[in-house]
Structure formats: structure tokens, C-alpha cells
Design a protein around this ligand. Structure first.
Ligand SMILES: Cc1cc2nc3c(=O)[nH]c(=O)nc-3n(C[C@H](O)[C@H](O)[C@H](O)COP(=O)(O)OP(=O)(O)OC[C@H]3O[C@@H](n4cnc5c(N)ncnc54)[C@H](O)[C@@H]3O)c2cc1C
Length: 300
């Protein structure tokens, strides 16, 4: 009888072990197949002056489908530039956009037709519960029309993350950045992430070109970086139509300006480019003539 009982107990134990291994294996496959954006993270969040830990889903974006975000604040920065603040689903949600990547935004042009264009927020995932876009609206621009018409309370359809560039601290020794007009936003995002990380020693050399002084976007923030991080961030403005007494660059970004401002060609540096198509083409030619290989360059 005793032997029968102990045999039964043995069989039950083996059965339980089989079930446990089965459940464990299934759970492992479930976790490994889950898209990354659904990972759970613990984040330190400052609420009411206290650091608290909140459990949050990494990322509100979906690379496969558009999701709607509510415009909660619109601030006009100049006659054709505005800052748009969008709420995330909860006050502790993070957007989940890797540094160096952008999002596709969908809207309607003046003829009511769908238009999709890339945009890079000026906020990072350390800005919890919201994200911001700084948008320049061109008179004839298709997506510009959509943003011009947007009012607080409206929703914007956004899909992402998108892009081939993903920044990791220590990836390079130094970045040269050649930005034109709204091409500053991807540079700003990377620069902010580097400078806000005290253990990231990457150096940044930014050349920023515009037509007029009034066209310079995020000027206060960029000047602040140059002032606060003189050893890590250098800034050189270039204007087509400079105001009287202008002491920085004039005309278009030249080979000589790149030589004077950017790190020399080397395997541990990268030159990032973002601007209107004509500028991107001219910059690629300058960089090639100066000996920067294609591995040393990236165009957003
Ligand atoms: C990675 C990436 C991130 C970007 N992030 C931002 C951002 O954060 N904020 C932002 O405002 N834009 C950003 N842009 C630019 C944005 O994607 C659109 O190109 C821009 O908003 C114009 O789109 P549109 O449909 O209004 O103009 P379109 O209909 O494409 O163009 C119509 C006319 O507008 C004028 N125009 C359009 N683009 C430019 C230009 N770059 N320079 C000069 N004139 C132009 C021209 O006259 C053009 O003929 C980004 C682009 C990239 C590639």
C-alpha cells in the first residue's frame, strides 16, 4: 500500500513538472515574440516635487498603424512657426521614440487629400505625458496647411518610429551636424539627448543655415546649449541674408566652413545632414571632396 502511495506521489510530481516546463516554455515564447514597444519598464517620475516610480508601457507609437494624439496647446512662435503640444494617453506615458528616429504625421492638404510627412519631436522620453513638435508652415506646403488649420482639441494621426539612425551613447567620438531650416529638429533631438546625459562625452559641432535671422528655429535653446556646454557643443550660424553687424557665417554652408567647424574625417566621427534637397546635395558633394567616406555621413 505504502509503495502504491509513493508511486502515485511520484507520478503526480512528474506530471506537475511536465506542466511547469510546458507553461514556462510557452511563457518564454510569448515574451520573446512580443513586440518591443509592449515591454514594461519602471520609470522615475517627478510628481509634486517627489521622485516616484511609475510602471509604464514603453512607447505610445505603433510602427504599423496611425494613432491619434490630442493637441492640447498651440503656441505661435513667429508668423509661420508654431509649437504644438500633444497629450499622451496618460500623464505618465512616454512616446517611445528612439533618439535619432522620427514619426510620420498624416493630415489633409488644402484640397482635402491625405498627406503624410516626417517630423521629429523636440521633446525626449524624459518629457513624460506629452510630446512637442516645432513646425514651420510654408504658404504652399501640403502638410503645412494641415498644421495651420489645427486647433487645440483636434487630433493628429501619427505612426512610428521611423528611420535608419538610432543613437547610442558612445557610438562616436564626435558629431558634425549640417542643418538647414527645419532640418534642425533631428539634430536638436540628438544634441539634447547627449547633453542631458552627463556620462555621455560625445562632442557636437553644429552648423545651422537659414535665409534670415528670423528663420532660425530653437535659437534660445541652441544658444543655451552653447553657453552651458562650451566643451561639448559648438554652434555656427550661417545666414543667406544676414542682418547688419552679423558676425557669423554668410551665404551657403561652404567647404571651408565645414573644415573650420566640424571634426576631421575619421572612423569614429559622423557628419549628420538634414535640410532641403538642394542643400543636402550640396553638402554631400562638399563632404566627399573633403574626404568624408559614406560611413562617416548620415542624412536624415
Ligand atoms: C527626418 C525629418 C524630420 C523633420 N522634422 C520636421 C520638424 O520637426 N518640423 C518641421 O517643420 N519640418 C520637419 N521636417 C520637414 C517636413 O517633413 C516637411 O517637409 C515640411 O513640413 C514641408 O512639408 P509640406 O507638405 O508643408 O510642404 P510641401 O508640400 O512638400 O512643399 C511645398 C512648398 O513648400 C516649400 N518648402 C517645403 N519644404 C521646404 C524646406 N525644407 N525648405 C524650404 N522650403 C520648403 C517649398 O516652397 C515647396 O515647394 C522634417 C523632415 C525630415 C526628413
Amino acid at each position: 500500500m505504502d509503495r502504491l502511495e509513493s508511486h502515485r506521489a511520484e507520478m503526480i510530481a512528474i506530471g506537475v513538472a511536465f506542466v511547469a516546463v510546458g507553461v514556462g516554455t510557452a511563457y518564454y515564447y510569448y515574451l520573446s515574440k512580443k513586440p518591443k514597444r509592449d515591454r514594461i519598464v519602471l520609470k522615475s517620475v517627478r510628481i509634486g516635487g517627489f521622485d516616484t516610480f511609475s510602471c509604464d508601457i514603453v512607447g505610445c507609437l505603433d510602427p504599423e498603424k496611425f494613432k491619434e494624439f490630442k493637441l492640447v496647446k498651440r503656441i505661435q512662435l513667429s508668423h509661420n512657426v508654431a509649437k504644438f503640444k500633444f497629450a499622451l494617453p496618460t500623464p505618465t506615458s512616454v512616446l517611445g521614440l528612439p533618439i535619432g528616429q522620427h514619426m510620420s504625421c498624416r493630415g489633409k492638404d488644402a484640397n482635402g487629400e491625405d498627406v503624410i510627412k516626417p517630423y521629429t519631436p523636440t521633446t525626449l522620453d524624459s518629457d513624460v505625458g506629452y510630446f512637442e513638435l516645432v513646425i514651420k508652415m510654408y504658404p504652399q506646403g501640403r502638410m503645412s496647411h494641415h498644421f495651420r488649420e489645427m486647433r487645440e482639441g483636434d487630433y493628429l494621426a501619427v505612426k512610428g518610429p521611423k528611420g535608419r539612425f538610432k543613437y547610442q551613447p558612445g557610438q562616436v567620438r564626435a558629431f558634425g551636424m549640417l542643418a538647414g531650416g527645419t532640418g534642425i529638429t533631428p539634430m536638436f533631438q540628438v544634441a539634447r539627448a547627449i547633453l542631458e546625459n552627463p556620462s555621455d562625452m560625445t562632442k557636437i559641432h553644429l552648423i545651422y543655415a537659414n535665409v534670415t535671422y528670423e528663420d532660425i528655429l530653437l535659437k534660445e535653446e541652441l544658444d543655451g546649449f552653447a553657453l552651458d556646454f562650451p566643451d561639448r557643443f559648438s554652434l555656427y550660424y550661417v545666414l543667406n541674408e544676414p542682418p547688419e553687424g552679423w558676425s557669423s557665417g554668410v551665404g551657403f554652408i561652404s567647404k571651408e566652413m565645414i573644415q573650420a567647424q566640424c571634426p576631421e574625417p575619421a572612423s569614429d566621427i559622423r557628419i549628420l545632414r538634414c535640410g532641403p534637397p538642394a542643400m543636402n546635395k550640396a553638402m554631400a558633394a562638399h563632404l566627399e571632396a573633403l574626404g568624408y567616406t559614406s560611413q562617416m555621413q548620415f542624412q536624415f
